[in-house]
Write a protein that binds this ligand. Structure first.
Ligand SMILES: N[C@@H](CCC(=O)N[C@@H](CS)C(=O)NCC(=O)O)C(=O)O
Length: 202
């Protein structure tokens, strides 16, 4: 299997952390991609032109980080990171959805602030995205006890989303007024799979 990746993508990191947690890291060959370059062959593998994309040995490509995670999670015998049907699954996937929503909004803000020419920027749009991030963070804070327990796709994705805010928006101040989330993040960040994959500029 080949994983098309870019080094700072939080969606790629989700797949990377999952591979480390389930012991499949060595079975996935990493092949760099530049999703923003017109010269990259990524769109021939993923029509959506995004990373992560997992090219299987039969040539099929899977895209969307959750789909890739689900595929990989089916290919090991240990504890599943995506729980089976039942309350734990819905709780975990709800946490994952909040985390992914934070990432979607953060990436949109990054594109608006860094890639769009300054005279074409739309500040209200970025504020709107920040509102979504803040409400999602408040929701997580309210129920932060639910993040304790098994390290499934939900808590894993929340940790990745918080790290991404620290990485791209260090002035956001997500910790302010959210002591439960802050304490949980500090503790969970000790996990080797997270500590060793912390995002940094290449
Ligand atoms: N929902 C997708 C999001 C993937 C995504 O947005 N990846 C970004 C990098 S962080 C990308 O490749 N963007 C290129 C583009 O939008 O053209 C997933 O979970 O995999």
């Amino acid at each position: 299997m080949k994983l098309r990746y870019s080094p700072t993508s939080p969606f790629v990191r989700k797949v990377t952390v999952l591979c480390r947690e389930i012991g499949l890291d060595s079975r996935v060959e990493r092949v760099p991609a530049s999703p923003w370059s017109d010269d990259d062959d990524l769109p021939s593998q993923n029509p959506l032109g995004k990373v992560p994309a997992l090219v299987l040995d039969d040539g099929t490509t899977l895209f969307e980080s959750l789909l890739i995670c689900e595929y990989l999670d089916c290919h090991h015998d240990g504890d599943k990171l995506i729980p089976p049907i039942g309350d734990a699954r819905w709780r975990s996937l709800r946490q994952h959805a909040l985390a992914d929503g934070i990432l979607d909004s953060a990436v949109l803000m990054l594109v608006e602030g860094k890639r769009r020419p300054a005279d074409k920027r739309w500040d209200d749009w970025s504020e709107r995205q920040k509102g979504k991030i803040d409400r999602a963070l408040d929701d997580l804070e309210q129920d932060c006890g639910a993040l304790d327990g098994p390290f499934t796709i939900g808590p894993m994705s929340v940790a990745i989303a918080l790290d991404y805010l620290d990485f791209r928006f260090p002035d956001h101040g997500w910790r302010s007024g959210r002591p439960g989330l802050e304490a949980w993040h500090k503790a969970v960040s000790q996990r080797p799979s997270l500590r060793e994959t912390m995002p940094r500029e290449p």
